[in-house]
Design a protein around this ligand. Sequence first.
Ligand code: ZN
Ligand code: ZN
Length: 363
Amino acid sequence: MNAERRLAALRRRLSDEQEGAAFLVTLPVNMRYLTGFEGLFDEGIAAACLVTSDIARFYTDFRYAEAANAAAEGTPWAVHIQKESMYVEVCQELLADGMQTLVIEDSVPFGRFKFLSEQFTGRVTVVSQWIEELRQIKEKAEVEAISRAAALTDAAFDHILGVVAPGMREIDVAIELEGFMRRSGSEGLAFDSIVASGPNSARPHAGVTDRVIGPGEFLKLDFGARVDGYCSDMTRTVVVGAASDRHRAVYEAVLEANLAAIAGARAGMAGSEIDAVARTLLTAKGYGENFGHGLGHGVGLAVHELPSVGRMSRPPVRSGSVITIEPGVYLPGFGGVRIEDLVVVEDGGVRLLSHSSKDLIEL
Ligand code: ZN
Ligand code: ZN
């Protein structure tokens, strides 16, 4: 990662919009993006990054001192180990420097906002998504980490096809998928897996239950690995046993929407325009009401990040973003199909990072 470049980009935003102010970053994923430091376990309590036009200070406590100093080496960040209360120290130091404005992220919990407003006698102002907007354009190394996470996801899917059989429980499939990814080098899970069989597959964000998977049912698998902090996210839906005509009709409609959106997506299109490519097709087939979520989302250090690719997503999706394309059709009581790929947006179109087969698989 290039900590200098990321810090410089943030300082430009700060001087453009709040000249002379200090920006306090406390969202762990944003601190990791800025500093590369991985060990932020207690959200907003164990660490904070303070940025002004000439300060780049990483506050943490005794528990993380050694790791923070090692991570900061060769970066513009100076590590500051808090003595008693990190936020009190930050506010006192800024006031002593004559700082008038403290900028914080809108993800700050209300209790912390209140505390900072009491401690900092200048102006406390809240901004939205400054670092999230930087994060949405990936560097080459970030795309490579996501690709490696996607490759682990592909390998896990390939593995699970040889394991799933009627009579297994959803939870057994999830444990096998997750164990495979961990054994193959995933740092953890990108998010809680979805393994949803039969009628459960009609719930877009079903979790994992102890339901026994029966023959002639959809099995929807949505899961992701993590490499160097970066997530992957993929969904495949298979039929356990033989597919019926109804299974095939739904599957083919969703696959057509997935392929059309991948073929049609271009850098510069609004998220809503990419969404519309898939939605128009599914609506024409009578499934418009059954596709009740957005087409996709950005993926990076967080599994859901900018840019958003939904019906209301007006901002353009820019070259260098990594997004999902995940149309789905959900038929209550019967089942649902989602086919989700991870892609990187490039100038000429999108490049697939997920490589698992999308043919209808009958197990
Ligand atoms: Zn997913
Ligand atoms: Zn997703």
